[in-house]
Design a binder for this molecule. Structure first.
Ligand SMILES: [Zn+2]
Ligand SMILES: [Zn+2]
Length: 131
């Protein structure tokens, strides 16, 4: 994807890389999920900001010897008894469908890369210039 502007400055080209955001077989929350834990507490998916009103999200950060970086694990526990709960998921129906979003634009003036600020200046000059 690209756009070309011509002016006194020459040719300004703006190029966008299209980024592939296709999901590869991901899972989405199963809204039908309904589970009762060992203490008899019921857990379910809620279509509100608080997706799992009966669960608390726990995090743990640990150092990974394989990639020499920190990883964060997160999991849900029952708010009442602390049992680890795995909310139900189902395969994403959109998985595998091709989806693209425009990435960061690149600006080129007569073939030379320039900064976004410079490009904005040039375009600003152009719109205020004589027609
Ligand atoms: Zn790792
Ligand atoms: Zn519980």
């Amino acid at each position: 994807m690209s756009a070309v502007y011509k002016g006194d400055f020459g040719e300004l080209r703006i190029e966008y890389d299209m980024i592939d955001v296709t999901t590869i077989g991901g899972n989405i929350p199963d809204k039908e999920w309904d589970y009762t834990d060992r203490q008899g507490h019921r857990h379910f998916y809620s279509d509100t900001e608080d997706t799992y009103p009966t669960l608390s999200l726990r995090h743990s950060t640990y150092f990974c010897g394989d990639c020499h970086d920190e990883h964060t694990d997160s999991w849900y526990v029952c708010r009442t008894c602390g049992e680890t709960i795995q909310p139900g998921t189902k395969p994403d129906p959109k998985a595998g469908m091709k989806q693209y979003v425009p990435g960061l634009p690149e600006f080129r003036l007569n073939g030379e890369p320039i900064s976004p600020e410079r490009a904005r200046e040039l375009l600003g000059d152009q719109s205020e210039g004589t027609s």
